[in-house]
Design a protein around this ligand. Structure first.
Ligand SMILES: Cc1cc2nc3c(=O)[nH]c(=O)nc-3n(C[C@H](O)[C@H](O)[C@H](O)COP(=O)(O)OP(=O)(O)OC[C@H]3O[C@@H](n4cnc5c(N)ncnc54)[C@H](O)[C@@H]3O)c2cc1C
Length: 370
């Protein structure tokens, strides 16, 4: 008998959500996480409707809604002119909550339903599929065994590498700088500035904060002054970074794993697909896949037949759609000058016209992902 039904490697938002969904079904899932403490990095803030559906399925929807800011729409702006203005209907708002807080709520939910599931400070150093059972080697203890192993170990997944699974680059790369700053302005709308010198995004956050993101292809916006000046030059708005705060640089990239299943070992979340943060889809995509995977694992444990093919097919197709959407957003936000600028702006304006407005809102809120 294996030690666990499922061993999950990685307690990021996707591994944690999957563990909650499995525990709710009475499945014994252990989550091995290399870190001792929480991941405090500033990353995801946007939770789209497929993300809420996943959180609802894990019994976390009300707790997240109580803390999140519900974005009711936003504007695309260029040169002081509004090109598109969209309002999301009540049932399709984007919730804004910093990822470290979402992670805390997920951890609390998991400890409520499966108090011993999360094992911190347990780095996984290898996995070996022995047919009926998978062996998981751990840095701190000898090993654990499970019927299935799920690699939710993030974009640099060591398990993906050890299994020799390909990591295929997809179009959509760029450099950006970002800062979450105190902000007294009220309101629940986002602004995307598609300016001659490049993209600036501005999102209200709960707790009187605002996230500013600026395209930064040459990594030139690496201090508070340069970051604030660039945003001011592009938009006329100047974010006030507190003393000592530096913007965070990140490189957007897109990749997909060549396959997600190797026997009884499965990839999920960023380990399976890397989606550009522009558009805020990666975590939501991983959660939607975790919902599918929980159902497939339950069925496989019940019937004794591992049937992971449908999970792989659906998840790769969904990731491909999300990556195309991110590429589109990044392309629209590229610097544009001369005759290219009015042409690009006319294309953006079209997205906000009556026949296309609904589809544009569907695209932004990830309708159809699930
Ligand atoms: C700037 C930025 C903004 C973003 N904004 C959004 C957004 O608004 N909306 C959105 O949906 N997405 C967004 N994303 C993407 C989102 O952050 C990721 O998609 C999400 O974190 C992926 O979750 P995960 O659980 O798959 O992986 P991760 O969060 O990377 O978690 C992986 C975990 O595995 C652990 N681990 C790794 N190796 C091992 C090992 N060998 N043994 C044990 N544990 C291990 C790690 O310590 C980590 O805790 C953004 C990303 C960035 C960088």
């Amino acid at each position: 008998m294996p030690d666990h039904d499922v061993a999950i490697v990685g307690a990021g938002p996707v591994g944690l959500l999957l563990a909650c969904l499995l525990a709710q079904r009475g499945i014994d899932a252990a989550v091995f996480e290399a870190r001792e403490g929480a991941d405090g990095r500033s990353r995801a803030i946007g939770i789209h409707p497929p993300g809420w559906a996943a959180l609802d399925a894990a019994g976390l929807g009300p707790a997240v809604r109580a803390e999140a800011l519900a974005l009711d729409g936003g504007e695309v702006i260029c040169g002081g002119r509004v090109l598109v203005s969209l309002t999301f209907d009540e049932h399709r708002r984007v919730l804004i909550l910093p990822q470290h807080r979402t992670d805390e709520l997920l951890r609390a939910r998991l400890s409520e339903i499966a108090p011993h599931a999360l094992r911190l400070g347990r780095a996984v150093t290898g996995v070996q599929d022995g047919g009926a059972v998978v062996r998981v080697s751990l840095e701190t203890t000898h090993e654990a065994t499970a019927s299935f192993v799920v690699a939710a170990d993030g974009v640099r997944s060591g398990i993906r590498r050890r299994l020799g699974i390909g990591w295929m680059p997809r179009p959509g790369a760029g450099g950006y700088a970002m800062a979450d700053v105190p902000d007294a302005a009220r309101g629940a709308r986002a602004q995307l500035y598609c300016e001659q010198d490049g993209l600036v995004e501005s999102f209200p956050m709960p707790g009187g904060r605002r996230r500013w993101v600026a395209s930064d292809p040459h990594r030139a916006l690496d201090d508070a002054e340069r970051f604030a000046n660039a945003i001011h030059a592009r938009t006329g708005m100047r974010p006030e970074l507190p003393a000592g705060m530096r913007p965070t640089a990140f490189r957007a990239q897109q990749h997909r794993a060549s396959r997600l299943v190797a026997g009884r070992i499965v990839l999920v979340g960023d380990a399976a697909h890397e989606t550009s943060p522009i558009g805020g889809q990666g975590m939501n995509l991983g959660w939607a896949a975790a919902v599918r995977l929980a159902a497939v694992i339950e069925r496989s444990l019940r019937t004794g037949r591992a049937d992971l093919g449908s999970y792989e097919k659906h998840t790769l197709a969904s990731a491909a759609r999300a990556q195309r959407r991110s590429l589109f957003y990044m392309t629209m936000g590229r610097p544009a000058r001369g005759p290219a600028l009015p042409v690009r702006n006319a294309a953006i304006r079209l997205l906000g016209t009556a026949p296309l407005r609904g589809r544009t809102a569907d695209m932004i809120t990830m309708r159809g992902t699930g």
